[in-house]
Design a binder for this molecule. Structure first.
Ligand SMILES: [Ca+2]
Length: 151
């Protein structure tokens, strides 16, 4: 008889504590934890989404100008020098511009071809340091080379 009574009291005590205190308090902290985790995950997604939009512009790769080797010509020479520019982005079209070319020469902005007849007076200003630029409209590459014109 003593043993039965003891067991019954212990079981009732645990049951009462479990019902009145453990159950009402228990679920709340768990729900809060879940919400916090969910919020953190959503923030992450939003940020990477923003970065993705920015990257679509910043992912443009710069065209690379292939600067010609130094040139030597005589005044009066007919020149035809093709400058190349490589853009890793297949769909990008590059345009060329040049400054400081020997007089009489110009560069085709679409093809990069430098052509013309070097004027006789160019020898007086030799050597030249032409600056070439190619651009895909968002990024560009420039370089300088040397051009000697002999009289
Ligand atoms: Ca590009």
């Amino acid at each position: 008889m003593k043993t039965r009574t003891y067991v019954t009291i212990v079981v009732l005590a645990v049951f009462a504590v479990g019902c009145e205190e453990a159950i009402p308090i228990g679920p709340d902290p768990i729900e809060i934890d879940v919400e916090v985790n969910t919020t953190v995950i959503n923030d992450h997604d939003d940020h990477s989404g923003d970065k993705g939009d920015d990257d679509s512009d910043s992912q443009n790769r710069r065209p690379v100008l292939i600067i010609p080797p130094d040139q030597t010509n005589d005044a009066g020479d007919q020149v035809s020098l093709l400058v190349r520019c490589v853009d890793p982005d297949e769909d990008d079209t590059v345009t060329f511009s040049a400054s400081g070319l020997p007089r009489g020469l110009q560069q085709d902005s679409g093809t990069g071809l430098i052509s013309g007849e070097i004027t006789s007076s160019s020898a007086d200003s030799s050597p030249f340091s032409p600056s070439l630029t190619c651009s895909d409209g968002r990024a560009s590459d420039s370089d300088v080379f040397r051009w000697i014109v002999n009289a």
